[in-house]
Each structure stands twice: as structure tokens, then as C-alpha cells.
Design a protein around this ligand. Sequence first.
Ligand SMILES: Cc1cc2nc3c(=O)[nH]c(=O)nc-3n(C[C@H](O)[C@H](O)[C@H](O)COP(=O)(O)OP(=O)(O)OC[C@H]3O[C@@H](n4cnc5c(N)ncnc54)[C@H](O)[C@@H]3O)c2cc1C
Length: 404
Amino acid sequence: MHTATRCCIVGGGPAGMMLGLLLARAGVPVTVLEKHGDFLRDFRGDTVHPSTLAILDEIGLRERFDKLPQRRVDHLSGIIGGREQQIVDFRGLEPYDHLALVPQWDFLDMLADAGREFPAFDLRMRHAATGLIEENGRTTGVRVQSPDGGYELRADLVVACDGRHSTVRGSAGLRAREYGAPMDVLWFRMPRRESDPQDTFGIVDRGHMMAMLNRNDYWQTAFLVPKSGDAALRAQPIDALRESVVRLAPFLADRRDAIESWDKVSTLSVQVDRLERWHRPGLLLIGDAAHAMSPIGGVGINLAIQDAVAAANALARPLRSGGVIDEPLLSSIQRRREWPVKVVQRVQIVMQKRLISRVLEQSGEPPRVPALLRFLLGFRAVRHVPARLFGYGLRQEHVHMPAA
Ligand SMILES: Cc1cc2nc3c(=O)[nH]c(=O)nc-3n(C[C@H](O)[C@H](O)[C@H](O)COP(=O)(O)OP(=O)(O)OC[C@H]3O[C@@H](n4cnc5c(N)ncnc54)[C@H](O)[C@@H]3O)c2cc1C
């Protein structure tokens, strides 16, 4: 096992796997460290947006991707105060007129398999980074814990893609600005029947919000609770949750017991933050490690991948030619990606304050879509606005380096 590499990527999530694949494809020796033994962690988000579909096309993986178990969604609707309302519409936004709901583990397995086809790609599962190695103010590698013991891995560049609880972020002492969130999300599965609605949709009613993702034989269900309200709810019998769910979606009444116990319900503590500086000499952070996103719009995976593409475009040549990866280069990656991330986070924060907080606090009348907005949402061009913002992003990245 090598103890030195050109680029060490910490974390094999969407950002790390895509960056590892793109660099190895460009001929850069790269080692990806992933602390888990597989990618099978339900639930981590499924929404593969047009921006990611375009990247898969550009690197020749679209055919493989299309063979993964998935469901295509071309529009999203909400049942708001008992009235159905279409909100997001991808139809007509060719060539990617849908988003794909794909289990994240299948997606990551596909990227890992594609990476292994390149000799420069070294993926080490069950290898966790425990800290950074610093010399003269520069990161020169990472300390790693593996099933065979600890070791040091030297690298000319370390890229942290280790997610919202980033170990590297902590070790590097980089500061994040926290934007807060009024809600946490409870995730669980409900069986799906043929007679159920076909669409993936959201339900908003007095005091409650829920999103249901159609995963063919079951609904992946997200139930919003006020921030830190999870503990109070869990102190009650599981029936409390079952009742709230059935009140929002009466068609689930015949299978309410499918939520067997609180053990079957996992909690996502929603976090929105962004690092002020995404880099230090010898170190870059991207994806959730640089900016944890709110679940609104299902953008997390896709922005992580856009970051990875931007980073690979900037880094592949200097890394391959043995050049120095200096601070201005790393800073240019932050400048390129920070703006689109900022805008999406801004929109998410406004939606959290204006919509989600109000709904979760509300005890009186059920919420209503204002008449003017309902009128405007009758036009596909208006429904295209969120589809473009969340589906394509504000600065769409394309793969610029050819395969080696
Ligand atoms: C419950 C839930 C639901 C979500 N739903 C959606 C959704 O529907 N759509 C969407 O787009 N986004 C969703 N997200 C967000 C999305 O999963 C993240 O934004 C996205 O995965 C970020 O990718 P990433 O590669 O930056 O980080 P992550 O996906 O968090 O990957 C980080 C990786 O690093 C590994 N790791 C961590 N520490 C170390 C270490 N010290 N050493 C080695 N490896 C390490 C982790 O095991 C993990 O594999 C959801 C997130 C959660 C938790």
C-alpha cells in the first residue's frame, strides 16, 4: 500500500467519488479514503438533478446510470391546505427534462466501479482520516486509521469531501458561518401500493409538512418537525407519529403500523452553514464539508458534484504535470463555486423562514397558496424557475479535461 499520493481525497460521498473519478480519468494518481466499508446508508438523498445527468453524459456514464434502479420525476406537486398545486416542472427543459430518484449507494457504487477502471484510482474503504499532517504551515498529508492500524498518507494536495461533520474542517480550524434552520427531518419508509398516487409530492397542512418520494415499492417519507422537536416526539408512543402521518396522507391509514417503532425512524438534523475560507495551503474543502445545505430542493448531492467538477477542471493539469498547487488556484475554485452556493442557500433560508417556520408554528387555519401565486404557477414558464434554479444550478459546470 502506497503511503504517498499526488492527491488525497477524504470522504467517498458524491463529491469525493466524483472528484476521485475525474482526476484518475485525467491520469492523476489519487487516493480516496472512505471510513465506511460500503456505501449502503439509508437514507442519504436520492435526487439526481439535470446538472448531474449532464456530467454523467459528458464522461460517458449515462448508459450505466440509466440501468440503475430509478424513478424519473418530471414535475413536483404539493397538496397545500388540501388543494393540489404543481410547483416545479422540468417538462420542456430538454435534454434533461426530469430528475432521477436513485438510491445513493447504487450511484456511488457506479462511480467507484468507473473509477477502478483507471490505474491511477486508489479507493480505500474502511480507512478514516483522523487528522492532518502539517509542515511549515502547509498540509502535507493525513493521518489514517484502517483495519490494519494507523498510518500516514503524504499528498501534494488534500481535498476534504468528508461531509457536514467534517473531521478535516475541525483539524484545519476553519470557521463556518451558521445560518440555522427551523426544522429537523424524520425519515422513514411506508409501503407503496399500485393504487397510490404516482407522483413524488409534498403535503403541507396546519402545523405539519411531509414529502413523499416514490421509490416504486415504497415511499421514502420525510416528516418535518420543529428544530430539536425530535426528542419530545420520540418521548411519546410511536402512535403519535402514525396519527400525524395519516392525518396528512389519509391513504396511508391501512398501513400505519408499517412505522413499527421509533427505531425505524431516523433523524436528519438540518444544518445550513458555509466556510468563510474553503482552503489553506495544501488543503481544499468542497461539498458539504465546505457548505452544508438545507434539504429544500434536494440540491446537496448535485452541488457537491458541481464542486467536484469545478475542482477537477482547475486541478487536473497542474496535478498531472507535477506543478505546485498554490493558494490562488485553490482560491479560484472557492470563488467559482461560492456564488452559486450562496444564492441557493439564500433561497433556502428565505423559504425556511417564510414557509416552513410559519407552517410548523401554525395552529389555526391551514396554509393557502396566495391567489396571485396560484395564478402564476398555472404557467409552465413560472414552474420552470425553481426547476432551473434547483435542477441546473446558477453556474452549471462541465467537464473540461479529456480522459488520459
Ligand atoms: C437524511 C438525508 C437526506 C438527504 N436528502 C437529500 C436529497 O434528497 N437530495 C440531495 O441532493 N441531497 C440530500 N441530502 C444531502 C446530501 O446527502 C449531501 O448534501 C451530499 O451527500 C453531500 O455530499 P458530500 O460528498 O459533500 O458529503 P457526504 O455525502 O456527507 O459524504 C461524506 C463521506 O465522507 C465519509 N467520511 C466522513 N468522515 C470521514 C473521515 N474522517 N475519513 C474518511 N471518510 C470520511 C462519509 O462516510 C461519507 O461517505 C440528504 C442528506 C441526508 C443526511
